[in-house]
Write a protein that binds this ligand. Structure first.
Ligand SMILES: *[C@@H]1O[C@H](CO)[C@@H](O)[C@H](O)[C@H]1NC(C)=O
Length: 211
């Protein structure tokens, strides 16, 4: 009675002691990404460093037009999250800095304010209802998947936040970049946004667009 039981238990332990492709699928970012994520790296080549990410402790460079930086720890940077439905990243937003309206087509997001003061909000797709709030150190806010949202520093010091995502590849589409950072002809931007020519030309110059 006891012997078969011990045998069964030892079998369970010995099989779970070997890492299998069912335990994880560490990304091989050299291969193309697909709907299920990246293909798996050979499990024999996986090391603990695939499951560890260091750069979240390093402030991003906010010397740019938006005065903000996002440091992603998505599957390409943090291969261990591939296939697990999660990822993380860091925001640094200087005084007056902003993350313009954007969406993550593939993920909901939770933002956690580590330092400073951030005004954050999102807009519902059904009724275009706006939900925004000033967040202080220790506050968290959730942005539902796919909805337009924004962040800006509403304090007098650098703001830092950690964001977690419900996908290893959340994707991001920034509204201003989509409209003004590419070669979509100004006439079409004006037609489809009701903005006037001067404003479109001004914003294309700011964001580096042509046409
Ligand atoms: C931050 O970015 C600016 C603009 O690209 C660059 O000139 C500067 O050297 C960068 N600073 C650091 C510390 O990397």
């Amino acid at each position: 009675m006891l012997l078969p039981l011990l045998f069964t238990i030892s079998l369970l332990f010995s099989s779970s002691a070997h890492a299998s492709v069912l335990d994880f699928c560490v990304a091989d970012p050299s291969l193309p990404n697909g709907p299920a994520g990246y293909p798996c790296k050979n499990p024999a080549k996986v090391t603990v460093d695939d499951f560890v990410y260091h750069a979240l402790g390093i402030p991003g460079n906010t010397s740019n037009f938006i005065k903000a930086a996002f440091t992603p720890a998505f599957a390409p940077q943090f291969p261990g999250v591939n296939g697990l439905g999660i990822s993380i990243g860091r925001f640094d937003i200087a005084v007056d800095g902003v993350l313009p309206l954007h969406t993550h087509p593939g993920a909901s997001e939770i933002l956690f304010v580590v330092e400073g003061t951030i005004c954050a909000g999102f807009i519902s797709s059904s009724a275009n209802t706006v939900y925004f709030k000033t967040l202080y150190k220790g506050d968290a806010m959730v942005f539902p998947q796919g909805l337009l949202h924004f962040l800006f520093n509403s304090g007098q010091t650098l703001a830092t936040a950690i964001a977690s995502f419900t996908s290893p590849n959340p994707g991001a589409q920034v509204m201003d970049f989509a409209l003004f950072a590419n070669n979509l002809p100004s006439a079409i931007v004006e037609k489809t946004t009701f903005l006037d020519d001067a404003e479109v030309k001004k914003l294309k110059a700011v964001f580096g667009g042509t046409g």
